[in-house]
Design a protein around this ligand. Structure first.
Ligand code: PAF
Length: 287
């Protein structure tokens, strides 16, 4: 099996990128925090299919963890990650230190606007500023590329879209579908934290979302009623501490007063099961 080349410095990465671009190659970029699963692999597959050179970054970004979160214990397995990158055809892995990513320190974060203020942004203040700061930095290093993100972090995807537009970065942001276990649980590096009984309860998030989709697609126009339907399903899991269940407009993240005919909405849920904080979402189109 082919192992990708691993570079740890910006200078080495740029040398490889410059050489590839001089030969006419397009660059696909998959930013990750490692502990890669099939969801990440699907992003690598998408990049390999569309671009000539696929770069995966593996960097656990301290800025996006809020105090009390799992920065110190965040799961890491570089060997397995490199094997997975190789199996899926990635060419290059950028595995930098924090000093390499933030050579001048991190005291000038990129601030995220209203789109990052609700839901995850409300539950985890400063999280999206941390995400935007590292993604902007990585985009500036990698330069012109297509960048692949999973829709599981749907609000993150919206934040990144907005940031790329605001900063006029030469990056085409590609959202890729969520990859799920057969029982509906969305893949996440943090699923490793689930104890067996919590793992059995975890698909309730997806079931709740499906009940919301049924309500919207069945002609429900009241967002409060749709959220109520999702909350009723979430209540089936005795150990789930629900953080939020929400319905927003897909592009703005605004909460509509009424679900308009033909409109695209996003249903999102988040909660904590034991040590694992789980999030999930699906889209729905009103009839
Ligand atoms: O989605 C993630 O894994 C992270 O938030 C990202 C985009 C790699 C930034 O650290």
């Amino acid at each position: 099996m082919r192992r990708p080349e691993v570079v740890g410095t910006v200078a080495d990465l740029l040398e490889r990128l410059d050489a590839a671009r001089a030969a006419g190659a397009s660059v696909g970029f998959v930013p990750t925090m490692g502990y890669l699963h099939q969801g990440h692999a699907s992003l690598i597959d998408a990049a390999v299919a569309a671009d000539d050179l696929t770069v995966v970054s593996i960097f656990v970004n301290p800025l996006q963890f809020v105090p009390g979160e799992d920065l110190a214990d965040y799961p890491r397995d570089l060997d397995a990650d490199l094997a997975r990158c190789g199996e899926h055809g990635a060419d290059l892995v950028f595995h930098p230190t924090a000093a390499e990513v933030y050579p001048e320190g991190t005291d000038e974060p990129v601030a995220v606007g209203a789109i990052g203020g609700s839901l995850e942004g409300a539950s985890r203040p400063t999280h999206f500023d941390g995400v935007a700061t590292v993604v902007a930095r990585l985009f500036r290093i990698v330069g012109r590329c297509r960048a692949y993100f999973g829709e599981k972090d749907f609000q993150q995807l919206a934040v990144v879209h907005r940031m790329v537009a605001d900063l006029e970065l030469p990056v085409e942001v590609m959202g890729c579908p969520i990859v799920r276990e057969s029982d509906g649980l969305a893949l996440s590096s943090r699923n490793i934290y689930l104890e067996p009984d919590e793992r059995r309860q975890a698909p309730v998030l997806y079931r709740a979302l499906l009940s919301g989709v049924a309500a919207v697609e069945g002609g429900g126009v009241d967002p409060v009623a749709v959220v109520g339907a999702m909350e009723a399903v979430l209540a089936d899991a005795p150990d789930l501490a629900v953080d939020y269940a929400a319905l927003v407009e897909s592009d703005t993240f605004a909460v509509p007063e009424r679900i308009a005919t033909g409109s695209e909405v996003r249903l999102l849920v988040a909660g904590r099961l034991g040590r694992a904080r789980l999030i999930d979402n699906v889209g729905a189109t009103a009839p």
